[in-house]
Design a protein around this ligand. Sequence first.
Ligand code: ADP
Length: 169
Amino acid sequence: MKVAVCPGSFDPVTQGHMDIIRRAATLFDKVIVVVMTNVAKSPMFTQEERVDFIRRASAGMENVEVDCFKGLLADYARQKHATAIVKGLRALSDFEYEFQMALTNRKLNPDTETTFLTTTSEYMYLSSSLVKQVAQLGGDITGFVPDCIVDDILRKVDEIKQCERKAVK
Ligand code: ADP
């Protein structure tokens, strides 16, 4: 059985991520989407919320599982006997970082191969940060993220605004 791991922060999951997950699911017997803790980022959504969003968005995909992990991706891939790590590439700007990560992961775990799927052109511009910015500025995020999580994102943005208002008072 060919297992692939699809890692990321997914803060929150976007249609760009879902496109990569959907395509990976046609290439492998099982795809495990894993929400990683990125120490360089301070997320807007908790790990539980991010996992829940992907679970709901991927509900119809039979060979897709969702998990979370704190630690080295190379160790997680080994634990899951993954053949591949699947990553999405949007632009040249993604490449240098992803290339460095792929080489590091190969050094740490030579049994798992990093593979790249090129973005679908309509999602090329899309990132989790962009979604958060648009939502915080009151823009319409429909079409950027799966429909089933739009309201959860707007609710969180409202909560943050209320906390900020209280803090100012
Ligand atoms: P990270 O914290 O590793 O940057 P992200 O959650 O931002 O994680 O992204 C996870 C993966 O999805 C990365 O491989 C990233 O390149 C890919 N990705 C993000 N947005 C898109 C998109 N719009 N199209 C294709 N791949 C994407």
